[in-house]
Ligand binder design. Structure first.
Ligand SMILES: [Zn+2]
Length: 390
């Protein structure tokens, strides 16, 4: 049975808002989300929600909007990021990436699925709920449009410093599943040192070549993946490691004195990035016998997990069942999201559930299906009723 609020959700509103958001570029890097943030504040005000910008960095503000009922009750936080990744090769796009073209039931454009569509679904669901109940409910809906999810996550980091909520939904694309866990990520560089020398003067065992040293590191890391693959996690699979970039040497007739690689290590939900790095450090010292390896961490984002027994899991599952007639899978996400900040730092039990598929994220011709937006919005509105209308 469809909830009262979900019956009020109109496809046209979802299309219009998603298109409007896609048409305001908010590419990260550099991450100038302010044009979109200002648009959203005005839009949310026009729906009668109290809304404001919360500055995180110059030209980068979160949007916060609150809808509160007459009576005290639970607060549900709807979280969505406003930034998008760069468009990449423009010639691969069949529609202009910021056109928000509607074609055969899909809205095309950078950010359509990741995740302006998800944020639009949360906003339109809240509007439908407000139009249905006015202030005649208990508790609050807090909408947070945040900056910088596609990089270090400074937006959600800032959000959890002040936002209080009993539960949260991150409206990222989740392929019809509910994610109650996701992986973390650690990016770092390793540098090996050698000694510059004229290339004509090399003698076996008597010169120090930074690239030769790095091959020992690279080989050890290649073998290490098989070790990591043994550490299976039921929700997110296994941790991984990958050497992604290598740079070394200056000139053909010089023995290289420096070589650097960048490494991507994906972490299990409970893995501490610092412990993971320490393990790699020890492994490499023992395998390569190199004592002067230099490590530099570029990005550290924790994974996260909540218990299956958390009310937000059941609420989301029941709402999906009600709207779609199908039981969703409750699983984990391979990618990193802002859920970790909400759960680990904000102590807010959260799940990821949102329209579309991650397969469509970060690619040319990114799109989101309008029917997916409608379904997610109906699920959110159904949840609001269950949580806020007693
Ligand atoms: Zn995203």
């Amino acid at each position: 049975m469809a909830s009262q609020a979900s019956k009020r959700i109109r496809k046209e509103d979802l299309i219009k808002l998603t298109q409007a958001m896609v048409r305001i570029p908010s590419v990260n890097p550099p991450g100038n989300e302010d044009d979109l943030a200002e648009f959203l504040v005005q839009e949310l005000k026009s729906y009668g929600f109290s809304s404001k910008l919360v500055n995180v960095k110059p030209k980068r503000s979160n949007v916060m909007a609150m809808l509160s009922g007459k009576k005290k009750g639970k607060t549900i936080l709807m979280n969505g990021h406003m930034d998008v990744v760069p468009v990449g090769d423009l010639s691969a796009w069949k529609f202009e990436p910021f056109s928000g073209t509607l074609h055969q039931g899909r809205i095309y454009g950078r950010g359509s699925v990741d995740m302006k569509g998800g944020l639009a679904s949360a906003i339109i669901a809240t509007k439908a709920f407000a139009d249905t109940y006015g202030e005649d409910f208990a508790g609050s809906i807090l909408i947070a449009g945040v900056v910088d999810e596609e990089d270090a996550g400074i937006g959600s980091k800032k959000l959890v410093e002040s936002a209080k909520a009993d539960m949260a939904i991150v409206a990222e694309a989740s392929d019809n599943a509910i994610y109650r866990a996701h992986k973390g990520v650690l990016w770092f560089e390793i540098t090996t040192k050698g000694q510059a020398l004229h290339s004509s003067r090399v003698r076996s065992g008597n010169f120090e070549n930074a690239i030769y040293r790095m091959t020992r590191v690279v080989n050890a890391l290649e073998d290490y993946l098989a070790e990591l693959e043994k550490r299976k996690d039921a929700l997110v699979g296994n941790p991984t490691i990958n050497v992604s970039v290598i740079k070394g040497g200056t000139k053909t007739n010089v023995v290289p004195d420096l070589c650097t690689i960048t490494v991507d290590r994906r972490l299990l939900p409970n893995e501490d990035p610092k412990v993971a790095l320490e393990e790699i450090h020890k492994l490499l010292v023992s395998k390569t016998k190199l004592k002067d390896l230099a490590f530099h961490v570029a990005l550290e984002r924790e994974g996260t997990i909540i218990k299956e027994s958390e009310p937000i899991v059941k609420l989301t599952r029941n709402a999906i069942q009600e709207v779609t007639g199908k039981q969703p899978k409750v699983t984990g996400c391979m990618a990193t999201t802002d859920m970790a900040f909400l759960v680990n730092q904000g102590k807010i039990p959260s799940v990821v559930y949102g329209p579309g598929s991650l397969e469509q994220a970060h690619v040319a011709n990114e799109y989101v299906e309008v029917d997916e937006l409608l379904k997610a919005a109906k699920v959110y509105a159904t949840m609001f009723e269950k949580i806020l209308c007693k």
